[in-house]
Design a binder for this molecule. Structure first.
Ligand code: CA
Length: 234
């Protein structure tokens, strides 16, 4: 079974964005778009696309900066950000091209041929598919499927909001490891260190109500430190 691959297209020129979205959909991809670097960053964490087509010249932060921030937020292993294919201007200097080679998986120079873009996207996806983090997580009887966005506890479906889902995913990816509020704030909400971390406690309590009622507790508070999700002791 092949699943439809999801692309995030980041392009601030509306006409080009529409044209590209339509062409990529015709080529069989599921496409969402963003117009700014900031929108791109939140779209990556909300949608976990399989690949990002990232224009370098954006109105707020440029594409290279977006790539740098993604690397910082998803240092891996297992937490790698999606592969990036940059869209660059024809006059990009040689050194910028080598710079983006370091930060991206490929690049296409504008103006480009649509067919070429699609071939490049397919090639990057083939090359990088082996390094995708595990998209099905299981801790005790709690299962999370990142592709279908389904969560079950003891075989029963649990309905989560997108933020609850992201929070649970981070906790499950790091099962057994204590995560501080700041780490969670950074990985789930992408706030800087000085953000208000009381939101983390609120969401932890929403999650507990949905997954930890009537079942052995999986989410534990480590006083003064943070939270950990782990199997109940036998
Ligand atoms: Ca642009």
């Amino acid at each position: 079974m092949t699943t439809t691959q999801r692309l995030l297209l980041v392009e601030d020129e509306p006409t080009l964005c529409e044209l590209l979205s339509a062409s990529l959909r015709l080529a069989g991809f599921q496409v969402t778009s963003a117009e700014t670097g900031a929108q791109a960053l939140s779209a990556v964490s909300e949608q976990r696309p399989d690949l990002i087509v990232l224009d370098v010249m954006l109105p707020d932060i440029n594409g290279f900066e977006v790539a740098r921030l993604l690397r910082e937020r998803h240092p891996g292993p297992g937490g790698e950000h999606p592969p990036i294919l940059f869209l660059t201007a024809r006059d990009a200097a040689e050194d910028r091209i080598s710079g983006l080679r370091a930060g991206g998986d490929d690049y296409v120079t504008k103006p480009f041929n649509l067919e070429e873009l699609i071939l490049r996207i397919q090639a990057v996806l083939r090359r990088t598919s082996g390094r995708q983090p595990d998209r099905r997580l299981l801790v005790d009887d709690l299962a999370l499927d990142a592709d279908s966005h389904q969560v079950t506890r003891g075989g029963h479906a649990v309905q989560l909001s997108p933020t609850e889902f992201s929070l649970l995913r981070v906790l499950m990816e790091n099962a057994g490891q204590v995560l501080s509020r700041h780490q969670l704030l950074d990985r789930v909400w992408h706030y800087d260190f000085d953000g208000d971390d009381s939101i983390v406690a609120s969401y932890i309590s929403y999650l507990r109500r949905k997954i930890d009622t009537d079942r052995p507790k999986l989410i534990h508070t480590v006083r003064g430190t943070g939270y950990v999700l782990r199997k109940p002791s036998p």
